[in-house]
Design a protein. Structure first.
Length: 260
């Protein structure tokens, strides 16, 4: 792909200048540490806040380390994905709208290289962010609750990374296909409505990209049906590749819409 190295340097430079490599991982790290700390010190927090009746005791459920990590992943699935997708959903459509893309289209680069440079940089930011979130959650969980087995924990981490690559591919595909407002609506609808539907009626199917975050937790619990896991993982990676292909195609198709 022509110009990929140059475009990667451009995208990484812009990500550094906009502090995306700092503040997005910081958000995930804060989300990761919030659940272990909040659950462990809940009674101390209530006593510090006050207005607790004398003799009041709240029985807290006894949490296993995997329960705490699951709660942290739930935070990543809501606030974390919102932050990540909102940061990048206009990555292509905004450049097309403000005319910046014109400066790139007149150069000898391929649309595939342009799309992949965005995807690689966004995936790198996502990887660093999830690593920071997992590390913060696991560290405080180990200190306060107990340890994990390394193998299942690493498998769970890379399972979530596979899910994140799918989310990123969908986000950039929508950005390449539509204007920023429409792209934002469509990307959020695909990801979050899919999550809602899977949580409501997902018992009727076992193979879906939206199940990967749950399956990652089940890997740690040791309750995962591996055939469902592998099929869901392969489907997710296949859909990621398809979204990348569609995104590069629609980017080329929408090139005439670029503001001059």
């Amino acid at each position: 792909m022509r110009g990929l190295n140059v475009l990667l340097q451009k995208e990484f430079r812009e990500a550094w200048r906009s502090w995306k490599f700092l503040w997005i991982p910081l958000v995930f790290a804060l989300l990761g540490m919030s659940d272990p700390l909040t659950n462990y010190y809940m009674m101390d927090i209530l006593n510090a806040v006050g207005n607790v009746p004398e003799g009041f005791e709240m029985l807290m459920p006894e949490l296993m380390p995997v329960d705490v990590l699951q709660a942290s992943i739930g935070q990543f699935q809501t606030i974390g994905l919102l932050v990540l997708m909102a940061s990048f959903v206009g990555a292509i459509s905004k450049e097309r709208a403000n005319g910046m893309a014109t400066l790139l289209y007149v150069r000898p680069i391929s649309f595939g290289a342009y799309f992949m440079s965005k995807f690689i940089v966004m995936s790198t930011v996502g990887f660093v962010s999830i690593l920071a979130g997992f590390a913060a959650s696991v560290y405080y969980t180990v200190v306060l609750y107990g340890t994990f087995e390394i193998g299942p924990l690493v498998a769970s981490f890379f399972t979530y990374i596979s899910w994140l690559l799918f989310v990123i591919a969908v986000t950039l595909m929508m950005s390449a296909t539509f204007k920023t407002v429409v792209a934002t609506t469509c990307a959020f609808a695909v990801i979050f409505i899919g999550l809602i539907l899977d949580s409501l009626v997902g018992a009727f199917w076992t193979i879906s990209p939206w199940k990967l975050p749950v399956y990652g937790v089940q890997l740690i619990r040791g309750t995962m049906e591996m055939s469902d896991y592998w099929w869901s993982l392969m489907l997710t990676l296949l859909l990621t590749v398809i979204c990348i292909g569609i995104g590069a195609f629609t980017m080329k198709k929408n090139a005439p819409m670029t503001k001059i």
